[in-house]
Every structure is written in C-alpha cells, then in structure tokens.
Design a protein around this ligand. Structure first.
Ligand SMILES: *Cc1c(COP(=O)(O)O)cnc(C)c1O
Length: 217
C-alpha cells in the first residue's frame, strides 16, 4: 500500500517540488517502505520519537523538523535534522545560534508563519516576521532558507488558499533581503488534503503523511 501510494503521488507532483513524508507516529518499517518507493525527504515532529528511529535507519535521506521545537531540545535535534521548518521566535533563533556555534555547524531553517493568526497554532504572526528576520540577519550560524505555513485546518482545501497566498506574498517580499544568511528559496505549504492548492500557489516543499501511510495510529 505505502509503496503504491508513494509512486502515485511522486508521479503526480512536479519534479521540482520536494516531497516530504511526515513520519510522526509511523514505524521504522513504514518509513523504510516509503524510502524504497522513492521518498528521499522525511519530516518528524517530535525529537524523542525521532531519536528512537533516525539513528536506527540505514537510509540516505534528509530529515526535516516540522513540529514545534522546544529550546531544550535544540542541542539533540541538531544532530538529526537537516532543515528546521519551524523557527518561530527570536529566543529559539538565539538557541540555534548558540548550539550551532558550539557544534561548529550552520543550521538551516524556515520561518513558520502563523498565517491564520490562530492562538492554538505555533508559528510567528505575519506582523512579527520582519523583527525575527532582522534578529537572525546578525547571526553567524543560522541560515534562513524560506518560509513554512500550515494554515487553519478546515477539511476544504480551497479554504486554505488565502493563507497560502498570504504566505507567498511575505516570501516574495523578503526575496532579495540584503543579508547573506537570508535567502528565500523554499516555500513549504500543503498537507495531504491541500497539497495541490499549495503547489498552485507556489509551494516547492509539500509535507504529506496520511496519503502515504493511511490514518495515523
Ligand atoms: C502531520 C503533519 C503533516 C502531514 O499531515 P497529513 O495531513 O497527514 O498529510 C504536515 N505538516 C505538519 C507540520 C505535520 O505535523
């Protein structure tokens, strides 16, 4: 099932769109099936769950952190993830800077936009993005490579479109930001129910769980 789902999805999306398989709650075997069908990017939401899986997989892939990250998990997370899609505060950026400097690494991040301005959602409010970018622009070990958004979950993908459009406008506005470590390349939007709308609105990273693996256990 997983392999068929992956093959069908890979065939249906443009080649320049990065397809991240969201692996939260999935088993090592499920991840390995997705890998053998062609997935080369995986996402995880929880550092502890990822620690119990990633080191035990023998696959050459990139891991994206797609869940809210607590500052006390940054040090461990830096060892496992290639891209952090959920930077949403200056304090988290400062922790990235400190831990990445200690590890002699550069950490790549996307800024998560709370495009629906929902109290229940993580991400930074659109009005606060410029302040965060300014703070990161002075950092030596953090590189901003784009934006991510979830948008309100409604079940109807058309209702997600305005939030994707709003996020893309912020993305376009920040292109050409005059700082070497701010480079708007990736726009991560869209999940199982909304990825087609997200691609129409400019997403070049999509994050899909249910359509690959089925309903979450
Ligand atoms: C779980 C998750 C996804 C995938 O959700 P599905 O609806 O299962 O495709 C995408 N993005 C984030 C941030 C997630 O937590």
């Amino acid at each position: 099932m997983i392999k068929e789902n992956v093959k069908r999805l890979l065939a249906s999306i443009p080649e320049d769109v990065i397809f991240v398989a969201a692996a939260k709650t999935r088993t090592k075997e499920e991840v390995e099936s997705a890998y053998s069908a062609g997935i080369r990017y995986f996402g995880h939401n929880y550092v502890q769950e990822a620690q119990a899986m990633i080191p035990f997989l023998d696959i050459e892939v990139q891991w994206h952190m797609i869940g809210h990250l607590q500052r006390n998990k940054v040090k461990d997370a830096l060892q496992m993830f290639d891209l952090f899609e959920t930077l949403d505060s200056v304090r988290l950026a400062q922790e990235f800077e400190k831990r990445a400097a200690q590890a002699n690494k550069t950490v790549k991040v996307l800024i998560e936009i709370n495009s629906g301005k929902e109290d229940s959602k993580s991400g930074i409010l659109p009005k606060d993005v410029d302040g965060l970018i300014q703070a990161v622009a002075g950092m030596e070990h953090v590189k901003v490579e784009g934006l991510m958004t979830m948008g309100p979950f409604t079940g109807d993908p058309e209702l997600s479109r305005p939030y994707f459009v709003k996020t893309r406008r912020i993305f376009e506005r920040l292109k050409g930001y005059p700082s070497a470590n701010i480079n708007m390349r990736f726009l991560s939007m869209g999940m199982s129910n909304s990825y087609q709308v997200a691609i129409q609105e400019g997403a070049n990273i999509i994050r899909i769980g249910t359509l690959i693996f089925g309903e979450r256990h």
